[in-house]
Design a protein around this ligand. Structure first.
Ligand SMILES: Cc1ncc(COP(=O)(O)O)c(C=O)c1O
Length: 407
């Protein structure tokens, strides 16, 4: 067998034909392990070079067994932008931004969702569900629609950016809002999924990670077969950082790259349990009650994948940093105005974290750095309108227009 489903803690093994999200013995999360020796027979730099970037380019490394069931909207293949103007502003030499907002629903979630919804079809389920701060919901709704499945999403009432909510509504999912936050929504949907037989597509689903890890493969290919020195990523429920780390390690073990990056997790100051654990040298997190930040996508106080995230940061000899809302909004503006990239506030936290780490001397100016921009700015137009200057309103008169332009 090329793939195994294994507990991250006690290493108990489960059948890949079983719908299961946590270890029955120790309740920890599960992960897919790939037999990379076997995979070496299928994948080489030469075979990779002949195909364009996309999630399914790496199908040999993804545990899907019936390729006729693949549900795709052309996810992946997002660009890696060389950001020389921003690098100069920050005083570093080589900076790239992986712009995951270019995915079909505007965030990295589509990479995991194409695999997750494909598994739902393999498992023959009819209903898929998630709790979400907005982007997972938008993605699930789109892929459920494409697959002809019923999508059910649970969101925190009044705390999801308008663009994301509009997406879930237009794709036709059943949208339910709780009077509570994401940390309260997740256990509720897990329980409902178990009792009602819904297939759960939150990132505790190990197949989601298998899709998300392909972004790391793409970064390595886009850098001509090496990993960056440092990789900086926003952290919320903490799955994506572990997915990237898994991807980098797999490419390394496949001999496709010769180095591994230091992984840097960035959280908002009002929702930073992972940063606190790393800074205090703890092996576990202390959940944050009432998490708060303008970056609603990462407004999470009790990240489900915290153990995987701590492992990624420690194994890679990386670090973690928190950033204030002001720093996030400043970074959002900087990226837009220096590089023409409009990303949502959560995504800008990677740039804000980079700036802070440079200023504190924790990052060497010669390092090659990749920051991930996880979601498109148009998903959250409210925050741009609320925090930036409103348009100047004038009468429809030529003299007034010229006057305003000159000033
Ligand atoms: C735009 C954006 N950035 C970052 C994250 C955090 O990813 P993760 O929850 O896997 O840590 C999310 C999660 O919803 C997101 O939507």
């Amino acid at each position: 067998m090329m793939f195994k489903l294994v507990c991250i803690n006690c290493k108990s093994e489960y059948s890949l034909d079983e719908i299961i999200y946590r270890c029955e013995k120790c309740n920890n999360l599960l992960e897919i392990q790939t037999d990379l020796e076997k995979a070496k027979e299928l994948i080489s730099k030469r075979t990779l070079a002949s195909k364009p970037l996309s999630v399914w380019k790496y199908s040999d490394l993804i545990p899907v067994f019936d390729r006729n069931k693949i549900v795709t909207i052309n996810e992946g293949g997002t660009k890696l932008y060389k950001c020389s103007k921003l690098a100069e502003e920050l005083g570093i030499k080589k900076l790239y931004v992986k712009n995951e907002g270019e995915n079909p629903t505007g965030s990295f979630k589509d990479r995991g969702m194409t695999v997750g919804v494909t598994k739902a079809r393999e498992f023959n389920v009819r209903e898929v569900a998630c709790a979400s701060t907005g982007n997972t919901a938008a993605s699930l709704s789109a892929y459920a629609a494409k697959a002809g499945l019923r999508g059910i999403i649970l969101i925190p009432f009044g705390a999801v950016a308008m663009g994301k909510l509009a997406q879930s509504i237009i794709y036709g999912a059943k949208v339910i809002a709780i009077k509570g936050n994401f940390d309260e929504a997740l256990p509720l949907i897990i329980e409902a999924s178990k009792s009602l037989g819904l297939y759960l597509l939150n990132s505790i689903n190990p197949f989601r990670i298998e899709g998300q890890k392909t972004a790391a493969f793409e970064v390595c290919e886009q850098l001509d077969c090496h990993a960056p020195d440092r990789f900086i990523i926003p952290v919320g429920n903490a799955a994506n950082i572990s997915a990237y780390w898994k991807g980098f390690k797999e490419f390394y073990e496949l001999d496709l790259v010769k180095n591994l990056p230091k992984m840097v997790g960035i959280q908002a100051s009002g929702a930073s349990p992972i940063v606190q654990a790393i800074k205090e040298g703890r092996d576990s997190i202390k959940p944050v009650d009432n998490p708060n930040t303008v970056a609603t996508a990462i407004r999470i106080g009790k990240p489900a994948s915290w153990k995987k995230a701590l492992a990624a940061i420690k194994e890679s000899k990386g670090c973690a940093e928190s950033v204030s809302d002001e720093e996030i909004l400043y970074a959002q503006r900087l990226l837009a105005r220096k590089e023409g990239l409009f990303v949502e506030p959560a995504s800008a936290s990677s740039i804000a974290g980079l700036k802070k780490l440079i200023e504190s001397g924790s990052i060497d100016k010669d390092e090659e750095i990749v920051c991930v921009a996880t979601g498109h700015g148009l998903k959250d137009p409210d925050s741009a309108l609320k925090f930036y200057q409103e348009p100047i309103v004038i009468e429809p008169r030529s003299d007034m227009l010229k006057e305003v332009i000159k000033n």
